[in-house]
Write a protein that binds this ligand. Structure first.
Ligand code: IMP
Ligand code: MG
Length: 171
């Protein structure tokens, strides 16, 4: 498989520093819950959390929507729920990528029923052209073309998550 670099580690680091500063300013005086969407969120959440200068708690949810394929199966399945109660809290959901928007639409709707004080979403990557479900993403790292990408947490059948950069996967 051919890896065609799309975003360098430096570009990613720089953008995360900007987003961290913006989030710090937007939530001044408040405490946050960062809710990572496993598994792809882990490098992004880890870097973003350290660039936000606010008190925070960190927890995770896990859903399955792809089932090891490169195209969306159209079904979302809940695999792990968060442990920290979010009622009355400011929640920032942390996603690696928003593609069709199906996963995020499902998660937003579900989490809203738990009555957080506020709910916002950050996604490192946004495939604008692939969107079939109209769902708000408050903090976007990069808009990217509608190609299958790996690295920096993103996988192809669980591989490439450890790449320090984002690449388009081709053959
Ligand atoms: P959506 O529900 O179609 O928005 O897809 C969301 C999930 O599909 C993401 O959280 C990823 O786990 C996965 N996904 C979407 N596009 C890609 C990609 O280009 N590479 C790797 N995983 C992807
Ligand atoms: Mg994901």
């Amino acid at each position: 498989m051919l890896l065609k670099p799309l975003l360098t580690a430096d570009q990613i680091a720089q953008r995360i520093a900007e987003l961290g500063a913006q989030i710090t300013a937007d939530y001044q005086g408040q405490e946050l819950i960062l809710l990572g969407v496993l598994k792809g969120c882990h490098p992004y959440l880890s870097d973003l959390a350290r660039s936000i200068d606010l008190p925070m708690q960190i927890d995770y949810v896990q859903v399955a929507s792809y089932h090891g394929q490169q195209i969306s199966s159209g079904a979302v399945r809940f695999k792990r729920d968060h442990e920290i109660p979010i009622e009355g809290k400011h929640v920032l959901l942390v996603e690696d990528i928003v593609d069709t928007g199906l996963t995020l639409g499902y998660l937003r709707e579900l989490l809203e029923t738990r009555q957080p004080a506020s709910l916002a979403v950050t996604a490192l990557l946004n495939k604008v052209e692939a969107r079939t479900h109209d769902v708000p993403v408050e903090y976007i790292g990069f808009d990217i073309p509608n190609r299958f990408v790996v690295g920096y947490g993103l996988d192809d059948e669980e591989r490439y998550r450890n790449l320090p950069y984002v690449a388009v996967l081709g053959d």
